[in-house]
Write a protein of this length. Sequence first.
Length: 512
Amino acid sequence: MKKGFIMLFAVLTLLLCLPLVANAEIVEQGSCGDNVTYTLDDQGTLTISGTGETQRYSIYGYTVRSPFFGNTDIKSVFIEDGITKLNSNLFYNCTSIANVHLPDSLTLIEGDVFYNCESLKNITIPKNVVSISSLAFTGCSNLEKVVMECEKCSTGSLGCPFKYAKEVKFTDTVKEIGSTIFKNSENLTKVIIDSNVSGEQSFQGTNLTDVNFTDNVTVIHPSLFQGCGTITHFNVSPENKSYVNIGSAVFSTDKTKLILYPKGISDTQYIIPDSVTELGAYSFSNSAKLTSITMPDTVTTIGVSAFSTCTKLTSITIPNSINRIPSSAFSSCRRLQSVVIPLSIQNIANNAFENCTALSDIYYEGNAEQWRAVNIGTVGNDYIGNAIIHYNITSIPDDVTPTPEPDPTPVPYTPLECNVDYKVEGENITFTVEVKDIARADELKSVQLYTAEFDENGRFTGLTTAKNSTVQDGKITITSNVPQADTYKFFLWDGHFAPLMNVLDNESITTQ
């Protein structure tokens, strides 16, 4: 026993006396900004240090490229605190980068910073980032999970920078997100929300099916999900003190307010529970599968846009416990034909029935004099005036059946056939467009001339639309300034963005 202990002690002593494994060796170092340096070790870890922003790089050979351009030896990137802005093309085509750490000091992510970093699977956006370029993660085809820590973050006009993301988590630091930051992110199916994040139509165009609210959520902003009709499950944590699930819908804990109905479920009918007294704003908005919604007479309040864009809803009976129909309550319910309005209604707000193109019959509990006393908003309620008002009726007659809305086969658009000429005079260029079919001359009013400008590196810098145009005798003349940019291109399109001429650039323009 003693001999064994001595041997063990000797082995441990020997191990402790051996030199430690050498640290990773630096194989490259340099600068990538005025006050920014980097080191790359033999393990593939790139560390960026310093203060301020990184340099703006180009992908073109005749200008300065990033020192990391196309470097497949880089496996991990660690950006230290102090860096505030990442600029264009910094990690362009670094296809082996799998891990990225961004510091809390970071506020801006510009240009196509991580272009084609196809090994990147996860990214966390730190709390002080306020803007992310729409192109920041272009080509990151395996970037599946995004964690948003930024308090208030938006993106550029080109839309979602996270095209390939399947899952997004909003931590408890997030307060607001821009309307386009996840718009049209077609792969996105799951969202986890751990804060009272707000936004407008932030998930429009996604295929989001599951939304999960943690116990930290005390305020849900339904406008965040406006325009997203694919959600099948709103899941509230059982520990949440403010909200509960009934089925897949979200209610206040006392079940008196319906907050959100999942628009993507296949049910065509829904009966609102008797416990409900209030329908939240946007609560049923975009429920495109519902043909029937039953409101109990316990409901006293309908929120703004509560039933907007319920495109298959054909009729609705408003209970006599309600005295006001709010703005946009049924806007764009294009198949809504019949509405029962009780005597209790005193006010119908502007746009309450906007774009309800099929509205043909209103069944009113009171008489004509009482109907005239109802305060009906004059904006966006034209279809009320076009409908037949049936007085002293409290329900839709049994013999009334909805008329199916026709689904006409769309007529393919035929682009305008035109003769196009141009003339350069001093600092102006004037295009003359003459339509070949005079019967389509009115369509010339929608013709637009766009000018795209580029800097000396070929980078897009701006797009302008010509303002001066005249239509007469089957012709339109459009005048624009000749840009002072290094490179520019003219695009002439009709109202359907069909080109009326080949792209005309500064090298092919001739002075006449």
